[in-house]
Structures are given as C-alpha cells and as structure tokens.
Design a protein around this ligand. Structure first.
Ligand code: SF4
Length: 189
C-alpha cells in the first residue's frame, strides 16, 4: 500500500465535526485557492510519511474519539492511499469527515470512492470573496456540509458558529486550531 504524506495530526479536537475527533491534515495541494490559510500544506515536500498501519494505529489510539476528520492540503490528491484507510476506519466504527477543495463533478473514480466512505463531506474551493467567519465547519459560503449517511444530521451542527481551540502542551507551547477573531495564527506555529 502507498504511504500517506501527512502534514499534521491532532488526536483530540472538537471543532472539525461532531463530537471528539482526530484530525489529519494531508500534505500537498495544487488547487491554490486565493486566500488559502494553509499554504504550508501546499508542497508535497515537508510532510511525514506514514504507512497505512502506522496511521491506523495512531488514530485508533484515540479511543475516546468517535471519528476522524481529514483536511488539507488536499486529501483527495492522495486518494489511492487514503481509500483503504477510510475503509478500515469505517469498518472499526469510526465516523469519517472529509474536507476537499474539489467539486463533486471533478472527482475521479477513486476520489469518489473516498467520498462514499464518508459520513460528512465539505466540497468545493475556498473562495476568499465568499469568506464568512460565522459558518461552522467551513470557511466560505459556497461550501456546503453534506450528510451522506444517517449517522449525523444538521442537528449535529448545532447551528452556525465560528469556533477555534487553543491546545496548551506540557512544555508550555500552544497550538491554535481554527480561526480566532484576531489575526490568524497558523496551525503549527
Ligand atoms: S483546497 Fe484547501 S488547502 Fe488547497 S488551496 Fe484550497 S483552501 Fe488551500
């Protein structure tokens, strides 16, 4: 199986979908949306390669998380490697949330198969002119939250709201997830 190029993993978060979830940022994106806040995830160089087994083990160690959210970068530009991981996570009972900058009609067969494994997807480019900081789980108004299974529904969104998290690490450093109301801080600063 092909290894996955990973830009970052947060094992427990509550802002990228329903309930406690692990979040995985895949490294590499060629879509180049104007105003993208994750430009450090554009290059395919710079990530860490995980085997299927390594990443699965890492995610399953977050035993209190009900699901995994995949962001980018562009997760579906690693669709061949991602698909078996999604299938294994789903078989184990984890819910799947995928963010992709692609529109559905741009997806090839393997990318569509990834989407079919998901309970929730947000598809479409980030469009800076349509940025809305009051949306839950997405950044611009063209992006729509799609519920693909009956595991979740709009009730799990609990309305629209902007959220961010500050993770304080044992060494005193912090990581900000999401977009706070003041100047943005990048994910891994
Ligand atoms: S798809 Fe996501 S990571 Fe890629 S350029 Fe657009 S906003 Fe940035």
């Amino acid at each position: 199986m092909t290894d996955l190029n990973i830009g970052g993993i947060v094992k427990r978060t509550k802002i990228y979908g329903p309930g406690w979830r692990s979040a995985v940022w895949l490294q590499g994106c060629t879509l180049a949306c104007k105003g993208c806040w994750n430009k450090k995830l554009w290059p395919t160089k710079g990530g860490t390669f995980y085997t299927h087994e390594e990443l699965l083990s890492e995610l399953l160690s977050a035993t209190d998380c009900e699901g995994v959210t995949f962001l980018g970068g562009e997760p579906l530009q690693q669709a061949e490697a991602l698909l078996p991981l999604l299938k294994d996570l789903r078989a184990i009972g984890k819910s799947i949330f995928i963010y992709s900058g692609y529109n559905r009609d741009e997806l090839d067969e393997t990318q569509l198969a990834c989407v079919e494994q998901a309970d929730i997807v947000v598809l479409g480019r980030y469009i800076q002119e349509l940025r809305n900081t009051n949306l839950r789980w997405r950044g611009s108004e063209n992006q729509v939250v799609e519920f693909l299974t009956d595991r979740y529904s709009t009730e799990d969104m609990n309305g629209e709201a902007s959220e961010y998290e500050v993770h304080i690490h044992p060494d005193g450093t912090t990581t900000v997830l999401g977009y706070p109301p003041t100047d943005p801080q990048s994910l891994y600063s």
